[in-house]
Design a protein around this ligand. Structure first.
Ligand code: FAD
Length: 504
């Protein structure tokens, strides 16, 4: 059976990202027929505002103008995440988007830095990272603004207003022929021969038939779970937080938005602060086994500065993943595929890579087992590597000030994570496996930020000429300092480059 009509169920971030990307495909000379169904009465999850750098490429591929997008979504730039109180109370470190230095003699810079430190150089690794230094001083510029070969490029992502982003993409997709249907799906019919989804029924009694269904219905997994019974792998034993309360607030003190997300650890979880141009997104992720909802809300309200802009939004989740992300003719994207807490802003990214894989595998001749298996294998690996990285934040702590931290510090972790940490401790080696999302710098930043030390370095670092490496490291540090000094403040940059529409 060929694919002529794709039906997307759900109009949150996942649904409209998928609709926008798929709207660019053609079936021969014609655009592919795409219908998106969403229900205003059900609404969207309403959170999900911090992203990571590949989002820039996603929007570029769609031909979206960055300034127009950021103005429309009240967006700001993000250079990394600042973690506070994670290794121990009072600690603070930045997980930056760019690399620490550049490789020398074929080995990563943190090995060279370790050797220099052993020889008495007391500069912290952070001074060799542009994004960390710019974030620390609240500065921002894009590589296009300075374009000089002797200065390092900058890596960034966005903070976006989730509702406005979906609305922006909706306009984009509808202009390219995607048909939006308002209504609640109340029945799913399966083909008795092969168990594929044949059609969905809406509450106005209309029925929509399709050849491929993209399930973007959120946590409920309307097609992938409720209709197909795919099953769920529960990872709560490794990532025990299972609740969040979100509470956006105005930024009333007139301070410019910082160019980073903030993740502050509390007694049984952590709080996010996502700075937009007009407000801060705030929320507290916590573990219900160790904290009541009322206490979680008290902690959140006690740690936000501005006037709340909405009622607290309490959310429940089970960390884990669908046993299959692609099952028969249903592909799950977004929350219907699985969920890992937003500590490293990975959910929107997983929507993005899910769409990439779907488009790469899509054949208009129909669905094959090979497509389904490949999608599931690749996505499963992606989820597992991200999972390990998130567990690291909890497990690599010396906090012992609450039962929650005692639990996560001493819990069993996946062998894949133990191996990664052991290798790093031995000589700083980090292998990026199977195209995993997080880079060497990411792993090094979090491991070192939370107190894991490398005992030694790659012996190749000792083979490098000390005078040459010291000179190159000096130049690196100088060029970063020079660049940061000459960058505008993040707030000024936003006001000039992409002022929020409402404020313009
Ligand atoms: P939803 O937003 O829930 O949308 C589901 C859609 O399906 C809605 O349009 C709904 O109306 C529709 N629907 C459902 N049932 C029916 C039905 N029966 N009939 C018709 N329509 C139906 N991600 C990040 O990348 N960065 C972050 O900082 C981040 N923070 C987060 C914080 C929290 C606390 C949580 C829970 C998530 C966070 N995420 C984050 C994840 C992010 O919010 C989601 O990945 C993203 O919003 C996509 O959601 P979705 O579109 O899959 O689901």
């Amino acid at each position: 059976m060929g694919i002529e009509h794709i039906v997307i169920v759900g109009g949150g971030t996942a649904g409209w990202m998928a609709a926008a990307a798929l709207s660019r495909l053609k079936a021969g000379p014609r655009p592919l027929r795409i219908t998106l169904v969403e229900s205003e009465a059900i609404g969207t999850v309403g959170v999900g505002e911090a992203t990571i750098p590949p989002i820039v490429g996603f929007n570029e591929l769609l031909g979206i103008d960055e300034r127009e997008l950021l103005s429309a979504v009240q967006g700001t730039f993000k250079l990394g995440i600042q973690f506070e109180n994670w290794g121990k109370q009072g600690d603070s470190y930045i997980h930056p988007f760019g690399a620490y230095g550049y490789s020398m003699g074929g080995i990563s810079f943190h090995h060279v830095w370790h050797r220099m430190a052993a020889g008495g150089d007391n500069r912290p690794l952070q001074v060799f990272n542009l994004e960390t230094m710019a974030a620390a001083f609240g500065k921002f510029a894009r590589t296009e603004d300075y374009k000089r070969d002797d200065l390092p490029p900058i890596n960034y992502a966005y903070h976006i207003d989730a509702g406005r982003y979906a609305a922006f993409l909706r306009k984009y997709a509808e202009a390219r022929g995607v048909v939006r249907r308002e209504g609640r799906v109340n029945d799913v019919a399966l083909d008795p021969e092969n168990g594929f989804v044949a059609s969905i029924a809406l509450d106005d009694e209309s029925r929509i038939e399709g050849d491929l269904f993209v399930d973007c219905s959120g946590f409920r997994g309307l097609l992938i779970e409720q209709a197909l019974g795919t099953g769920y792998e529960d990872w709560t034993h490794w990532l025990p937080c299972d609740r969040a309360v979100a509470l956006p607030c105005l930024r009333e003190d007139g301070s410019p938005p910082p160019p980073f997300t903030r993740a502050t650890a509390h007694r049984a979880g952590w709080q996010w602060q996502v700075p937009l141009q007009h407000r801060n997104g705030n929320g507290h992720v916590y573990c219900s086994a160790f904290m009541e909802d009322s206490e979680a809300l008290d902690i959140l309200t006690g740690n936000i500065a501005g006037k709340p802009q909405a009622d607290p939004n309490f959310l429940r989740f089970t960390t884990g993943r669908r046993k299959k992300f692609w099952n028969r003719n249903v592909v799950a994207l977004g929350l219907s595929a699985g969920f890992m807490e937003p500590l490293e802003s990975t959910s929107i990214h997983l929507i993005n890579t899910g769409i990439d894989k779907l488009i790469s595998l899509l054949s208009l001749d129909g669905v094959t087992q090979a497509q389904e298996d490949t999608f599931n294998r690749l996505t499963g690996r992606e989820y597992a590597r991200i999972r390990d990285f998130l567990i690291l934040h909890y497990n690599a702590t010396s906090r012992d000030d609450s039962p929650f931290w005692n639990h996560v510090r001493t819990m069993d972790v996946p062998d894949t994570l133990t191996e990664k940490v052991e290798l790093f401790k031995a000589n700083g080696q980090i292998f990026r496996e199977e195209d995993e999302l997080f880079t060497e710098t990411s792993w090094a930043a979090v491991m070192m930020g939370q107190g894991i030390r490398m005992r030694s370095h790659n012996p190749m670092a000792d083979a490098l000429d000390p005078a040459t490496t010291a000179r190159e490291a000096d130049e690196m540090e100088r060029s970063i300092r020079f660049l940061v000094q000459h960058m505008p403040g993040h707030g000024d940059y936003l006001a000039r480059y992409c002022p929020a529409r409402a404020a313009a």
